[in-house]
Design a binder for this molecule. Structure first.
Ligand SMILES: *Cc1c(COP(=O)(O)O)cnc(C)c1O
Length: 463
């Protein structure tokens, strides 16, 4: 039996296929041609090693698969059923509807990004959110950069380049692998002056550091870990008083930071931006996309003369926030001003959802799917905030035979579903599933369960 490669259709012949006409409209002819060539080359190579020539349908299907694979973005929306509200790997904070609309509006047309409508002259991009930030926090001035790592880098580069910065040993944190405070300090040109021990630092340790020439005091929030037991750290007010007695600035890196008190929702108390300023911090740095619930951004608020120095530093240009970020941040901050944050900002809606409300959703999922068990569990805030703190929740727990295969199928769904596992069961926490994604999730689960347990399984109410 000999295989004649000439029996393979040509690219031109395949292009005539009615089935491909829609693809040509959708992907453009050159890309379809590339996919067909690729599929034909593969078939030729396989034939040389003894494989049969694929039928036309198989060639076309392969080309269609390639077109899909080549054009599908790898950055895709997913359904977060993990119960981790600020899931760093899943993009932290989803935005509110008004924030999305503000981004679209800023993206679609030209804007007043750096244009002053009153004078008709060049304006400043920093005006758009500064007013809201100072109003909400009580700060004299504000500045927004690309992210909080950038905010800390900019603050240290401006105020501490070539100088010594005193920081407690217990605060030399690493966040999410890529942000290590000592590395950021080194990058800024500041010299690290570690004070205290791992578990204890006293005001006298800072005094000693000032005697050794510290020019800036930095406090960093522990964020993602907790020190318990025999511990001590001076209050921020004590640190501020000490710094100011010596004419030094105090920078507070809050990490997440929050404008609302997390303790109101049964969580621990995450440090608030307003509190840091009131305690006397000269600059406070925090993230836009952690508990603030907005776009990725680094926000610096504090004393006007210091913020102005930061604004003039060349790094400020390199780290500046883009117009989409500023538009979304403005809309997010407005929710706080209008006292509607807990009802409009997705992360606060999730945090403020009661366990009973979550239970209601989990029960509805169970009766719709006819499978699983609604059990008590815990949601977490995540995003390097509130370690050890949990929100009581209810999850839908599914017993499936091939756990890893089932999880993989969930990830392969469109949109992909990310779940949690405990005791060999798949756990789905309604708290972090956006209401507009619920229908997709249930459809995906129904299909998968049907596949796993066979026809009729989905109406087995006792299961
Ligand atoms: C998260 C965090 C950062 C980094 O913030 P990004 O916005 O992710 O750049 C810096 N410092 C602390 C203490 C943090 O928790």
């Amino acid at each position: 039996m000999t295989i004649n490669l000439r029996d393979l259709p040509s690219v031109d012949q395949l292009l005539q296929t009615p089935r491909l006409q829609g693809r040509i409209l959708h992907y453009g002819r050159p890309l379809v041609v590339q996919a067909l060539r690729f599929a034909l080359d593969e078939a030729r190579a396989a034939a040389k090693t003894g494989a049969d020539l694929p039928p036309r349908d198989v060639l076309l299907a392969r080309a269609e698969h390639l077109l899909e694979a080549w054009t599908r973005p790898s950055l895709r929306p997913v359904i977060n059923a993990t119960g981790v509200i600020l899931h760093t790997n899943l993009g932290r904070a989803p935005l509110s509807q008004p924030a999305l609309e503000a981004m679209t509006a800023a993206a679609q047309a030209y804007s007043t990004l750096e244009f002053d409508l009153v004078s008709g002259k060049r304006g400043s991009r920093s005006v758009h959110v500064e007013g809201l930030l100072t109003r909400l926090t009580g700060a004299e001035a504000a500045l927004v950069v690309n992210n909080n790592a950038g905010a800390v880098l900019l603050a240290l580069s401006t105020l501490a380049r070539g100088k010594k910065v005193a920081i407690a040993r217990s605060q030399l944190v690493e966040i999410g692998g890529s942000f290590r405070l000592p590395d950021v300090m080194k990058q800024s040109g500041a010299k690290l002056l570690e004070v205290g021990t791992t578990n204890k630092v006293r005001i006298s340790d800072y005094q000693e550091a000032i005697a050794q020439g510290a020019a800036v005091i930095l406090r960093a929030h522990h964020s993602n870990f907790k020190i318990i037991g025999f511990t001590e750290e001076p209050t921020l007010a004590d640190l501020a008083a000490l710094a100011h007695r010596h004419g030094l600035p105090l920078i507070d890196d809050l990490g997440s930071g929050t404008l609302l008190d997390t303790a109101t929702f049964g969580l621990g108390h995450e440090p608030m931006v307003q509190e840091s300023l009131a305690a006397g911090a000269d600059l406070v740095c925090f993230s836009g996309d952690k508990l603030l619930g907005g776009p990725q951004a680094g926000i610096v608020v504090g004393r006007v003369e210091l913020v102005n120095r930061l604004k003039k530093h060349p790094l400020a240009r390199a780290l500046r926030a883009d117009k989409l970020c500023l538009a979304a941040l403005h809309a997010t901050l407005l929710h706080y001003l209008k006292d509607e944050a807990t009802s409009r900002i997705p992360v606060w809606r999730m945090i403020s959802m009661s366990a009973e409300q979550v239970r209601g959703r989990a029960e509805a999922w169970r009766s719709r799917l006819g499978r699983g068990e609604v059990v008590r569990a815990e949601s977490t805030v995540g995003g390097g905030s509130l370690p050890e703190e949990v929100l009581p929740t209810f999850v839908l727990a599914l017993d499936v035979k091939h756990l890893n295969r089932f999880l993989k199928r969930l990830r392969e769904a469109d949109p992909p579903v990310i779940a949690r596992v405990a005791d060999d069961r798949v756990l789905l926490d309604p708290r972090t599933v956006l209401p507009e994604q619920e229908e997709s999730l249930l459809t995906i689960l129904q299909t998968l369960l049907l596949e796993t347990f066979g026809v009729g399984a989905q109406i087995d109410e006792q299961a």
